[in-house]
Design a protein around this ligand. Structure first.
Ligand code: FES
Length: 116
């Protein structure tokens, strides 16, 4: 059975919101996929917008350095790799690659996201 090239199951999609100011987040949606654009020290990161604690949105949480504080219970998560950094978050979140196409930011998401 032939295997697809690495990353062939993903595609770059333009992020429909502007990068928020440093330390802030901006929620957006691509098809069914809820995503969170984070500005950590001037660098853009995208997380699945679902807290690993109780699966709620983390929009509105504050970022100090590269650590996002969930606005619901104060759990901490590293926006670079989704690693849990403070209770009650124990599991890792999902991160997506981000790049600039020169005019806008793009995020690399699974092809099966169902966006049109
Ligand atoms: S929902 Fe995020 S820490 Fe509880």
């Amino acid at each position: 059975m032939a295997s697809a090239a690495p990353g062939a199951d993903r595609e770059w999609v333009e992020i429909p919101v502007s990068l928020p100011v440093v330390g802030q987040t901006a929620a957006f949606q691509v098809g069914e996929l809820a995503l969170l654009l984070c500005n950590a020290e001037g660098t853009a990161y995208v997380l699945h917008d679902e807290c690993p604690h109780v699966r709620t949105s983390m929009a509105g949480g504050l970022i100090r350095g590269v650590i996002l504080e969930c606005p619901l219970h104060g759990g901490l998560i590293d926006v670079r790799d989704g690693a849990p950094k403070g209770m009650p978050i124990r599991r890792s979140g999902t991160c997506y690659a981000v790049r600039s196409n020169g005019a806008a930011l793009e995020v690399k998401i699974p092809l099966v996201s169902g966006h049109a």
